[in-house]
Design a protein around this ligand. Structure first.
Ligand code: NAP
Length: 248
């Protein structure tokens, strides 16, 4: 009898935070997982080792999501090592916060290049194969800032709003090929990205959250894994907020 093959997932930004938790969760769920990181090889090696403990095949590779060639090479390597990609998750993201009046051009473009172009690069690189196989699930990480806006984050919020419009449009394009495209919009999640919130700013942020705590990366990974899976077979084009009620 032929050996049963695991499904294959590819996660960007898997070395830390939400991407890391997603890699570990998908590996536990029985996927073989490829993931990329930008610079932090030590963190990536640790994640790869931990994820492989679930019995999954893991590929960790350095790639810059803002560069199309780098993403294409990542996808090629993942397909060669693990097989066709069933699930793609875009978790790589950055912030370069400043009020618009003080925003540097470089900070505007860098956030767009990584957050929005990064999503385009990965989706563009995997979608044709998914169309040919008439199956696939894509989950893109946006943010509540992309839904409601956030002072000091015009660049970040614009990139995250772009991800929502991109994902909904793609969901309309590829639904007929059995491909689902969904967006997860987290609020304050306890990762390196929010570690910069300190003292009064952190207190004020938490006061705006009805559940009065930050979310954990594992809680977001749980939602991503659900959307990626067949349990969400009739969900596409959705924007699911996971934010402790911040938007109520
Ligand atoms: P994080 O802890 O700062 O981790 C960022 C990850 O992205 C790291 O793995 C980093 O790799 C990778 N990365 C950054 N730039 C990259 C690039 N150019 N190419 C490839 N990988 C790159 O972030 P997080 O808090 O987990 O956030 C994950 C996603 O959720 C982001 O899209 C973020 O915007 C979104 N989000 C987060 C929150 C929150 O409160 N944390 C809220 C809403 C939305 P290295 O380790 O190599 O640097």
């Amino acid at each position: 009898m032929a050996e049963k093959k695991n499904r294959v997932a590819l996660v960007t930004g898997g070395s830390r935070g939400i991407g890391r938790a997603t890699v570990l969760r998908l590996a536990q769920d029985g996927y073989d997982v490829a993931f990329c990181y930008q610079a932090n090889q030590e963190a990536a090696d640790t994640v790869a080792k931990e994820a492989a403990g679930s019995g999954a095949r893991i590929l960790a590779r350095r790639a810059d999501v803002s560069d199309m060639e780098s993403v294409r090479a990542l996808v090629r390597a993942a397909e060669q090592e693990l097989g066709p990609i069933d699930v793609a998750v875009t978790a790589a993201g950055i912030t370069r916060d400043n009020p618009l009046v003080m925003m540097g051009d470089h900070d505007w473009h860098q956030v767009m290049d990584v957050n929005l172009d990064g999503v385009y690069h990965l989706c563009r690189s995997v979608v044709f194969e998914m169309m040919k196989r008439k199956s696939g699930s894509i989950v893109n990480l946006s943010s509540v800032a992309g839904v409601y806006g956030h002072a000091g984050q015009t660049n970040y919020a614009a990139s995250k709003a772009g991800i929502i419009a991109f994902s909904r449009s793609l969901a309309k394009e590829v639904g007929r090929y059995g491909i689902r495209v969904n967006t997860v919009a987290p609020g304050f999640i306890e990762t390196d990205m929010t570690a910069v919130l300190e003292g009064k700013t952190r207190k004020e942020a938490l006061a705006s959250v009805p559940l009065r705590r930050m979310g954990q990366p594992e809680e977001v990974a749980d939602l991503v894994a659900y959307l990626a899976s067949d349990r969400a077979a009739y969900i596409t084009g959705a924007v699911l907020q996971i934010d402790g009620g911040i938007a109520i």
